[in-house]
Design a protein around this ligand. Structure first.
Ligand code: IMP
Ligand code: MG
Length: 193
């Protein structure tokens, strides 16, 4: 069973004014839910858990674009730091969802909502007969729409809110925001396509 930090439904988060957010998003956000520093600290620990479990095996780290790229880059930086400083190390190569024959695969995803994206990807990947597949997702949404799918590693379980920042987007906006925040209703209309 994956361990994770649960963010409750009544989580108030943090006042926007306490943190630095880009000027062009100031009017669009309600609160900061997961500050960038906390994302990084939790990611550092996920990297340690992954190296502990997968150390010694060669792994293909598969980035699920586009939302996963920040988490992917930061998680791999922490794994690289551990590789340089620990007894156990994980030889890593990277890929960005292109299907071919894989040995051991670590899928890196930003957020699991219904779980359908990951279930589809896993069934596609099974056709390539990988030796081992593990999934790490920074966030998992607590929602009645969930299929019940749970990743092998997860950073935070979050309420059924639409979140942006740290590469999570709303119609391609907000990837250039460091903290994970709640989008306000006005912004949902403003950036609607
Ligand atoms: P699922 O197939 O329902 O699990 O959806 C997963 C995908 O939906 C993620 O990879 C995201 O691209 C997107 N998504 C789900 N919830 C959010 C959110 O709160 N903010 C931004 N993107 C989301
Ligand atoms: Mg995604």
């Amino acid at each position: 069973m994956a361990t994770y930090h649960q963010i409750p439904d009544d989580e108030k988060g943090y006042e926007l004014d306490l943190f630095c957010v880009p000027k062009h998003y100031e009017e669009d956000l309600d609160r900061v839910i997961i500050p960038h520093g906390l994302i990084m600290d939790r990611t550092e620990r996920l990297a340690r858990d992954i190296v502990r479990d997968m150390g010694g095996h060669h792994i293909v780290a598969l980035c699920v674009l586009k939302g996963g790229y920040k988490f992917f880059a930061d998680l791999l930086d922490y794994i690289k730091a551990l590789n340089q400083n620990c007894d156990k190390s994980v030889p890593l190569t990277v890929d960005f969802i292109r299907l071919k024959s894989y040995c051991n695969v670590l899928i890196v995803e930003d957020i699991v909502e219904t779980g359908r994206t990951m279930e589809t990807l896993l069934s596609l990947l099974s056709e390539c007969n990988p030796k081992m597949v593990k999934v790490v997702s920074l966030l998992v949404k607590r929602t009645p729409r969930s299929s019940g799918y749970r990743p092998d590693y997860m950073g935070f379980e979050v309420p059924d809110w639409f979140l942006v920042g740290y590469a999570l987007d709303y119609n391609e906006y907000f990837r250039d925001l460091s903290h994970i925040c709640i989008l306000n209703e006005k912004a949902k209309v403003k950036y609607k396509v």
